[in-house]
Design a protein around this ligand. Structure first.
Ligand code: SAM
Length: 457
């Protein structure tokens, strides 16, 4: 990713940033010592906080346990925290996803509170924040699981269609034996959760079907020779053991993670946060529920796509059309919600236009409902944030605008207005990059951008 000039390069005498560099230098040494594949262990030694891409995290201890394409860079979070070195900091991330903000704050010795409503993603973040687990006990548990798995009898028949499509019978048999062994090891200890994490972080690597670069599964694409489940799981276990050793020396477990709804922030005390760092779902039809379909189907939490609504989507901000099918909401009523008053004159014509445009499109996607519900949900989020933020706090949203069916939705400006209506004083936007590649069909050429929305007061 191209660096922007939004943030100054760290000065050579800047102690905090130099310490971060040393941390990553040390992490590399530790990880090389465990026989990891060199290619996988390339930390970013330039700690200049200009980036917001989760891929950078795949080089960092603990962050790399689960590739969450929706995430942002941990180093950028550390940069923001380092910049506010002399201030009283309590950081909130109301859409914490896989836990990047909380982990980065622990590494910086700063209190944080993360909220996530997706049950599976919440569990991933919890596992990552269990880096305080005891490495030797974790390795002993893993060894036990490997032994039990070798003599287990596979039950592949119980898996739903998507799993049968993603794995050969042989791979699935092996994975199922490990699943049984790892489930038998679950005893509510941090080490058991890490074992679960090792299995989860191996699932995409060993699938014969395409799973990357984004998170939906592509059963139609086949990989040539995926690595074996046993070798992959073994590597995951070694990686996790190395990472928790590293974190034990470098981080303080200060973060609180809660399964909660950002629209309410019910688990956060009034006036608690002094800094909010977050990336909410974009209004771009990305389906966070579908993004973890492979893992949830393998673990028996869903049978198929149809279960995602009840199990996951209903807890989330409505940012995809699958969430709001025709007749599931009354558009007029949503647009009349008092929370939308600050933008009603602007959002109403946009939704009406989408109501007519969709009828001419093959997919007839309900972007009209999606846009209205998205802003209602986010207006509630801004109100909740006002309650939990201290006076004179700062809020940074990594966010982009949107153009479903080519109809421009000025997300940044509307968020600014909703934030001010909720009681914040001011907003500014720092553009980081131009974009217009999400809408695969490229039927429109509306210029879009992404950046940091800063709200203060
Ligand atoms: C852009 S991702 C955040 C990724 C995160 N920054 C990271 O590095 O992993 C947005 C997250 O918001 C979560 N989410 C959606 N609706 C939510 C809600 N109502 N309350 C809390 N979290 C929600 C999604 O499940 C998703 O994990």
């Amino acid at each position: 990713m191209a660096a922007t000039t939004k943030y100054p390069e760290p000065k050579e005498d800047d102690e905090v940033l130099l310490r971060l560099r040393e941390d990553y230098g040390q992490a590399v040494l530790d990880l090389f010592g465990t026989g990891q594949d060199l290619k996988e262990v390339r930390p970013v030694l330039d700690v200049a906080g200009y980036t917001s891409n989760f891929l950078d995290n795949m080089r960092l201890p603990v962050h790399r346990w689960f590739r969450y394409s929706a995430g942002f860079s941990a180093e950028w979070v550390k940069w923001l925290v380092a910049e506010r070195n002399n201030r009283e900091l309590r950081v909130l991330d109301p859409f914490v996803g896989s836990g990047t903000t909380c982990l980065a704050c622990d590494e910086m010795g700063v209190e944080s509170h993360g909220i996530e409503a997706h049950p599976f993603v919440y569990r991933v973040a919890s596992a990552k924040l269990n880096y305080t687990a005891e490495p030797e006990r974790f390795l002993a548990k893993a060894e036990n699981a490997f032994r039990v798995a070798r003599s287990a009898t596979a039950q592949t028949i119980r898996y739903p269609e998507i799993i049968q499509k993603c794995y050969s019978v042989e791979t699935l048999s092996s994975l199922d034996c490990f699943r049984q062994a790892i489930e038998a090891e679950q005893d509510s200890t941090p080490e058991a959760l890490l074992l679960w994490m090792a299995l989860v972080s191996s699932l995409r690597t060993v699938s014969e079907a395409g799973t990357a670069p984004w998170q939906y599964v592509l059963p139609g694409r086949r990989k040539t020779v995926p690595p074996s489940p046993e070798a992959t799981l073994h590597r995951s276990v070694q990686m996790i053991a190395a990472d928790i050793r590293f974190m034990a020396r470098r981080a303080k477990p200060l973060a609180k993670l809660r399964m909660d709804d950002a629209r309410k922030c019910a688990t956060v005390l009034d006036g608690w946060a002094t800094l909010v760092i977050t990336s909410p779902p974009y209004a771009n039809n990305y389906d966070y529920a579908d993004a973890t379909r492979l893992e949830m189907a393998f673990l028996g939490e869903i049978r198929g796509w149809g279960d995602l609504q009840e199990t996951v989507r209903k807890h989330l901000v409505r940012a995809c059309s699958q969430h709001v099918p025709p007749k599931s909401v009354n558009l007029d009523e949503i647009l009349e919600s008092p929370e939308l008053a600050p933008i009603r004159d602007e959002i109403t014509p946009v939704c009406r236009k989408l109501s007519s445009v969709r009828l001419d499109r093959a997919g007839k996607k309900t972007y009209n409902n999606m846009v209205a519900c998205y802003f209602l949900d986010m207006a509630q989020t801004w109100n909740a944030l006002r309650r939990v933020c201290a006076p004179q706090s700062e809020v940074c949203f990594v966010i982009g605008d949107s153009a479903p069916y080519g109809v421009y939705v000025p997300v940044i400006e509307w968020f600014g207005k909703l934030a001010q209506a909720a009681g914040f004083e001011s907003w500014t936007f720092e553009k980081l990059r131009d974009r217009n590649n999400k809408w695969k069909n490229r039927k429109h050429r509306v210029p879009l951008c992404e950046g940091h929305l800063w709200v203060r007061g």
